[in-house]
Structure formats: structure tokens, C-alpha cells
Design a protein around this ligand. Structure first.
Ligand code: GDP
Ligand code: IMO
Ligand code: MG
Length: 433
């Protein structure tokens, strides 16, 4: 039995798409368990680039089955646009995609509400992707959401939407915003429902059946540990559980069935949107990381904030997710730095702290404690064996392993599938047999 969760260990965009694509051939099913089209997962196959938002990255592998679990929020327009775009590029969906009948649907009022709530927060705004993700999860937890299974019952849809949108419109009017026109939403959704319905099923049962038959599942996390609603830098987080535990709740697969967690970790750190980021570099070094790493959002195109590797965050991610292996991404981006800093602890009010303060203001106030390592000043781009890496790069990796407390089973040296070092003898390589 081999069912592995791939999870972001920082603030997202660590390179989850590349790794899910790389390891997908060794699993039978790829399942998304949370988030929505706020995600942007880049997969590059023989120079051809795909950016997946809602669909699991396994979809680019012909024949691989993909599941959108109950923990995901689905925007029908975004879903159909993504299916159409990929179909036009030759990807076949026949019998390959299953969407949970319990996944919640993103509706136009979610986007409208999000715009008003971000405006009201002013300087404290989260800097969300404005895709309606947070408000859709609010309706879910508020027990008034519309679910994918409801799309199969068009006779009841109008009444359900009347209730949901009626309540949202009261709030929108109170906030001085334009209310949502119910009739247009009903028409639009009825049109899309007939296209989405064939994919909708009980995916928890589907997964249970497949796993009983010996099939293996790769769970694809979106966002990252520090954006997790519970364990991240609240309130500057997304509204779902992107950590490994989310995989069970978000698909209906029991925790006992999950056998490992692969943490995706950039060799430095980035963040999009607002919120504390202890190792952020707002100087020329940060600019250099952004330029070399092409750090611009795959979903929104926003420049990503950049900084050094944060060992406190990485250790926390190992603990919260129970990481059994780590994929270290974008090592090549550090190739021409003379020296490289690693944050090993924080100082808060003169005290050394090794835990992440729960309070965003405290985290904003911490000063990182750095250790400086010599750079390697030679190209690692596209290297495929660990021994080829310059000594200082090997030392950097060894130090990160020590700080994280987990093996680094894979080192990524470029965006393409081939630009990858697999470390023989690692737990990760064991999963690929
Ligand atoms: P995700 O959201 O975690 O899937 O990551 P994104 O796709 O948003 O961002 C990762 C970016 O880094 C993408 O543009 C990838 O093509 C790119 N990438 C992934 N691995 C590497 C690597 O090892 N080196 C370089 N230079 N780029 C990489
Ligand atoms: P992937 O899966 C990076 C950030 C947003 C914002 C916060 C809340 O590609 O790693 P939301 O729209 O989710 O309510 O925004 O979370 N965010 C991401 N940052 N990568 C992502 O996804 C993200 N998804 C959301 O920028 O700060
Ligand atoms: Mg991304």
C-alpha cells in the first residue's frame, strides 16, 4: 500500500505541480483535496507549459485518473474553461475525471462578497486571489452552500439559489454593493450543470473501492503549510486545510490509509499577498531571487515576495505534516550567489524563539537569526545526479536536512521533468518503484 500526500511547506508555489507530474506515473489516481482555482500549478513537459488551477496535475498524463475531492471548492466557469483549454491542447477527459458530489460550488456572490470584505479590511487586507474561495468556504461552514451533487437536481436548484443569494444580497446591499441578479445565475448554472454532471459522483466511495482493489493514490495539496487555515499565519491564510491532514477530510480517505507525506520546499522562500514573512528581502538580493527564479504568480501574475530559506518554517512544516521526505526545489536559482543565508531561529523582544508565534503581529516583529554559507557559483541547471553538484551545494543541502529533520530525497535543478536529482536509497525513491 502506498498513498502519498504532496504538500507545500512554505507559502505556496514551491513547485508542487512539477513534482506531482513527475511522480504521477507511479500512482494510479491523483486527487486534489482542498482549495480551488486560487492554485496555479505549473507542469512543463518537453518544453510545453501547462498551468493547472483546479484540475489535478496528473491530468497531463494520458489515462491517469483524477479526482476533485469533497474538500475542494469548484467554480463551474473556471472548471469548464480549464477543461476546454486542455481539451483543445489534446488532453482527453474521457472517463478520467471524477468530481465529488459533496464539493462546494463557487457562485457569483462569493466573488462580490470577497471584493467588499477585502475593501473593508483596508491596510489589513489579505491580498486574496479574488476568486471567491474564502466566501465559498464560509457558506460551506455556515451550512448554506451549494454542492456539486445539487447540480444533478435542476428542479431544486432555483429554490436553493434563491435562499443562498437572497441572504448574500442582504449583505451586499448593506455594504453598498450591487446585488446579484438571481435569474442570470440560475440560467448560467443550469447551462453549465449539464456539462459538469457527468463528472459528478461519490468520490469517497470511488477511492475506497479503488484502494481496496490495490490501487494507489497521490494526494495533491494546494497552497502551503503557512497558508493553512489552522496552522498558517492567520488571518493571512487561505480558507482551507492545505496541510497533510486535509487530505483525509478533503477526500474521505481514512488517515490510516495514508502512508507518507512528501514536502515540497523551495531552496529559498516566497510569498504572494499580505502577511508576515520573517526572511523577506526587500533589497537588491530579493530582486535577484525574483528575477532568477521568475517569481511571478502562476494564477494572478503578481510579483512574489522573496527571501532566504526559513528553517523555523521548514521544521514546523515537517512536524505539522509528518513529512517522510522532502523535494528541494529551485536549487539552480541560488547558483550565482556569493553567500547564502539560512534562518535557523527567530529573536522576539531579545528572546530566542524556535517556535512560530501564533500571533501575526508577533511574527511580523521577529528578527531572523541567520547562518551564512558559502555559495557555489557554478551552474547546477539540469543536473541529474547528486555527485555532480558542487561541494558547497551538497553542504547547503546537508545543512537544510539537519534543520528540517527529514531526508531530502529529491533536488530540482530546473522546471522540466528531466531537471531532477533523485537520491538513491531515499524513502522517496522507494515510492517510485
Ligand atoms: P506550485 O503552485 O507549487 O505548483 O508552483 P508554481 O507552479 O506556482 O511555481 C513554481 C515555478 O517554479 C513554476 O514556474 C515552475 O515551472 C518553476 N520550477 C519548478 N521547479 C523548478 C526548478 O527546480 N528550477 C527552476 N528554475 N524553476 C522551477
Ligand atoms: P498554489 O497551490 C501562493 C494566497 C493569496 C492570499 C491568500 C488567500 O499555486 O501554491 P485566497 O484567494 O486563497 O483566499 O487567498 O493565499 N494564495 C496563494 N499563494 N500559491 C497559491 O497556490 C495560493 N493560493 C492562495 O495570495 O495571500
Ligand atoms: Mg502556484
Amino acid at each position: 500500500m502506498k498513498n502519498i500526500v504532496v504538500v507545500g511547506t512554505q507559502w505556496g508555489d514551491e513547485g508542487k505541480g512539477k513534482i506531482v507530474d513527475l511522480v504521477a506515473p507511479h500512482f494510479d489516481i491523483v486527487a486534489r483535496y482542498q482549495g480551488g482555482h486560487n492554485a496555479g500549478h505549473t507542469v512543463i513537459v518537453n518544453g510545453e507549459k501547462f498551468v493547472l488551477h483546479l484540475l489535478p496535475s496528473g491530468i497531463v498524463h494520458p489515462g491517469k485518473r483524477c479526482v476533485i475531492g469533497n474538500g475542494v471548492v469548484v467554480d463551474p466557469t473556471a472548471l469548464l474553461a480549464e477543461i476546454d483549454e486542455l481539451s483543445a491542447r489534446g488532453i482527453d477527459f474521457d472517463g478520467r475525471l471524477a468530481i465529488s458530489n459533496r464539493a462546494h460550488i463557487i457562485l457569483p456572490h462569493h466573488l462580490a462578497l470577497e471584493r467588499t470584505s477585502e475593501q473593508r479590511r483596508g491596510v489589513r487586507q489579505v491580498g486574496t486571489t479574488l476568486r471567491g474561495i474564502g466566501p465559498a468556504y464560509e457558506d460551506k461552514i455556515g451550512r448554506r452552500g451549494l454542492r456539486a451533487g445539487d447540480l444533478l437536481r435542476p428542479d431544486r436548484l432555483k429554490r436553493q439559489l434563491e435562499e443562498i443569494i437572497g441572504e448574500a444580497n442582504d449583505i451586499l446591499r448593506a455594504r453598498g454593493a450591487e446585488p446579484i441578479a438571481l435569474a442570470a445565475v440560475v440560467d448560467d448554472l443550469l447551462g453549465k450543470a449539464s456539462r459538469i454532471a457527468p463528472f459528478v459522483t461519490d468520490t469517497a466511495l470511488l477511492l475506497a473501492r479503488e484502494m481496496t482493489a490495490g490501487k494507489t493514490v497521490l494526494f495533491e495539496g494546494a497552497q502551503g503549510t503557512m497558508l493553512d487555515i489552522d496552522h498558517g499565519t492567520y488571518p493571512y491564510v487561505t480558507s482551507s486545510s492545505g496541510t497533510a491532514g486535509g487530505a483525509t477530510v478533503g477526500t474521505g480517505v481514512p488517515p490510516t490509509a495514508i502512508t507518507g507525506a512528501l514536502g515540497i520546499m523551495k531552496a529559498y522562500t516566497t510569498r504572494v499577498g499580505s502577511g508576515p514573512f520573517p526572511t523577506e528581502l526587500t533589497d537588491a538580493v530579493g530582486e535577484r531571487l525574483r528575477a532568477r527564479g521568475q517569481e511571478y504568480g502562476a494564477s494572478t501574475g503578481r510579483p512574489r515576495r522573496c527571501g532566504w530559506f526559513d528553517g523555523v518554517v521548514a521544521r514546523y512544516a515537517r512536524i505539522i505534516n509528518g513529512l517522510t521526505s522532502v523535494a528541494l526545489m529551485k536549487l539552480d536559482v541560488l547558483d550565482d550567489f556569493e553567500t547564502i543565508d539560512i534562518c535557523t531561529a527567530y529573536r522576539l523582544g531579545g528572546e530566542l524563539v524556535e517556535a512560530i508565534p501564533h500571533d501575526a503581529q508577533d511574527l511580523e516583529a521577529v528578527e531572523p537569526v541567520y547562518e551564512t554559507l558559502p555559495g557555489w557559483r557554478s551552474s547546477t541547471v539540469g543536473l541529474t545526479s547528486f555527485e555532480q553538484l558542487p561541494d558547497n551545494a551538497q553542504r547547503y543541502i546537508a545543512r537544510l536536512e539537519e534543520l528540517v529533520g527529514c531526508e531530502i530525497g529529491l533536488v530540482s535543478t530546473g522546471p522540466d521533468r528531466q531537471d531532477t536529482i533523485l537520491r538513491s536509497g531515499s524513502e522517496l525513491v522507494g515510492w517510485l518503484r
